[in-house]
Structures are given as structure tokens and as C-alpha cells.
Design a protein around this ligand. Structure first.
Ligand SMILES: [Zn+2]
Ligand SMILES: [Zn+2]
Length: 306
């Protein structure tokens, strides 16, 4: 697969070079403060002052962060979205639906982050080395857990990556978005209630996802790849061509830490940091195959969690 990338790279080299100069996510431009840094690589630390139009570092820890950004010493970088669809909310903010009946609406409350996946301009996820991908997933997980801990009013954290313009990407430099909202999106709520219904009434006492994995492992009809911790399948009744699901093999209800639905007041831990290597292995394999076999299609890659 690296060879396939090199050919393509050569073909649009000039165009890519041109775009790189104006790219807000390339390390040079980032260090000039075109984007506001939340933190590079290390999850805990920087708070960047709002409204300064650039980077203003607060405290000693942030001076170290500033030095690292300026000297390009980062692997992944979490920044605030410069054009957020949702406004940052205070931890105590309450969602007030309002409107002119029958048109109900609410303020766009939430947090919009961007994760710059690497310093390499415009190299797709599917051709990244496994250890680079591992580092990206680790950033997802740490940021997810930080948001969960820091903003108790958040009810859902949505992590997604749009690959190519036709899938909604507007900046060529490979990046992921995180939308954190004080409500659960309707399609996720529906999925959870369907799973509850399966557990309570259809196949009593059984988790539909665990059952799905058991079934697919038996007949191997839809299995694309599996390793110790994860399995990639094409779902029964796909919503779109080449839809692929990567599921954790052990029964696990969330990607990151969430409030435990049974033991109220306790935290349910999501995937463990030592499982990340296996997830990176299966993700790069699947996306690499899409890149080569389907000629680099546009796609949306979403972490769907409860
Ligand atoms: Zn770039
Ligand atoms: Zn399960």
C-alpha cells in the first residue's frame, strides 16, 4: 500500500504543495498561531485564553507547550475548532428548549474540537503507519476521557473523520473532529433503545452486539478481519456501500469513560490503553484496503459509542 500512495502523491504533488503553504494545520502555520492549541500530544495541561486571536499561554506548563509547538515537537494536536457549530458551554449550562411552536429549537451548546492527526500534510489514515494511528487513537481516548470528566453536562461525545471533499472535508490536512453535546443524538438513542429491546424482549438476557459477533465468527460470511480484541465485519443490511463495522470482541459499552448505567455514581471504563494497538492494527488494515482496492473513496469514519 505505501507504493500506491507514492504514485498518487507524485501525481498531485504540485497541487498539494500549493495547499500546504496555506494549511492552518501544518506545523509551521500552527506555531504562528493560525489555530488555537488545546494541547499537543499530552492530554492534560493547556488552557488557551479565548478571544486572543492566537495562542496566549497561561502558566508554566503552557510555556513548555508553547515551546513544543514552536519547535514542532508534537505528534498529534488538539485545537479548538475555529468555526465551531456549537459554542463552548460552562459546566453548569442547562439546555433550554425554546421556540415558536411548533418550531422548537435550543441554543447550539457544546464543544467542537479538532485533532490534527500528524504533522504530515494530507496523508490519509489508511496509509499511515500503525504506530502513528495508535497515537491518534490514544489522543481520541484521552480527549474523550478529559471531556467526560471536565464537563458533567455533556451527554454525548461524537468523534468522526471525514476523508476527502465528497465526504465533507474542507481542509486537506488529515484531521478528526469531536462534537460534544448536552444531549444524545437521535440515531444513537434509537440504537440504544433497540439494543435494550433486544435484551429485554427479543433474545432475553443477551447483548445484540455480542450475539452478532458470535454469529459472524461462526459462519465467517461477513468477517473482514479479526484480531485478539476487535473484529471488522460488513453489517447485515448495510446503510451504504462498503459500510464496515469494527466491534470490540469483549462486551464493552463505550469507547471511553462514561457514567456507569447500573452502578450510579461510578465510572465505566471504555477501551484500555493496551487495546489501542489492536484497534490501530484493524483500522489501518481496513482503511488501507479501501484506499487500494476501491481507489481511495471518500468516507466518514465514526466512533459510535453509548
Ligand atoms: Zn497541512
Ligand atoms: Zn455485548
Amino acid at each position: 500500500k505505501p507504493e500506491a500512495y507514492l504514485v498518487r502523491e507524485k501525481q498531485d504533488f504540485d497541487e498539494k504543495k500549493k495547499r500546504k503553504e496555506n494549511c492552518p494545520f501544518c506545523a509551521d502555520n500552527l506555531s504562528k498561531g493560525l489555530a488555537r492549541i488545546e494541547y499537543p500530544e499530552e492530554p492534560r495541561g493547556a488552557i488557551v485564553e479565548e478571544g486572543t486571536g492566537g495562542i496566549k499561554w497561561l502558566g508554566e506548563k503552557d510555556l513548555e507547550l508553547s515551546r513544543r509547538v514552536k519547535s514542532h515537537e508534537w505528534k498529534t494536536c488538539v485545537i479548538k475548532n475555529m468555526h465551531p457549530v456549537l459554542n463552548k458551554m460552562a459546566p453548569a449550562t442547562i439546555l433550554h428548549p425554546k421556540g415558536d411552536r411548533p418550531y422548537i429549537f435550543a441554543d447550539g451548546l457544546g464543544i467542537c474540537d479538532i485533532i490534527i492527526e500528524s504533522q504530515t500534510h494530507s496523508k490519509p489514515l489508511g496509509v499511515l503507519d500503525k504506530d502513528v494511528c495508535e497515537n491518534i487513537i490514544l489522543t481520541y481516548l484521552r480527549r474523550f476521557n478529559d471531556l467526560q470528566k471536565g464537563y458533567p453536562r455533556l451527554d454525548y461525545i461524537s468523534i468522526f473523520h471525514n476523508h476527502r471533499m465528497e465526504a465533507g472535508a474542507t481542509i486537506a490536512h488529515s484531521h478528526t473532529q469531536i462534537f460534544s453535546t448536552p444531549f444524545v443524538p437521535a440515531h444513537i438513542e434509537n440504537e440504544i433503545s433497540q439494543a435494550e429491546n433486544y435484551f429485554a424482549a427479543v433474545d432475553v438476557g443477551n447483548c445484540p452486539f455480542c450475539k452478532m459477533i458470535e454469529r459472524e465468527r461462526q459462519n465467517e460470511e461477513r468477517v473482514i478481519r479479526k484480531n485478539r480484541s476487535f473484529i471488522a465485519i460488513t453489517p447485515f443490511d448495510s446503510g451504504s456501500p462498503f459500510e464496515i463495522w469494527i466491534l470490540p470482541i469483549r462486551h464493552n459499552l463505550s469507547f471511553g469513560n462514561v457514567n456507569d448505567p447500573i452502578n450510579v455514581g461510578r465510572i465505566h471504563e471504555g477501551i484500555k490503553e493496551d487495546e489501542i494497538g489492536e484497534l490501530a492494527d484493524i483500522l489501518t488494515w481496513v482503511l488501507g484496503r479501501l484506499y487500494v482496492c476501491v481507489d481511495d473513496p471518500g468516507y466518514n469514519f465514526v466512533i459510535s459509542t453509548s
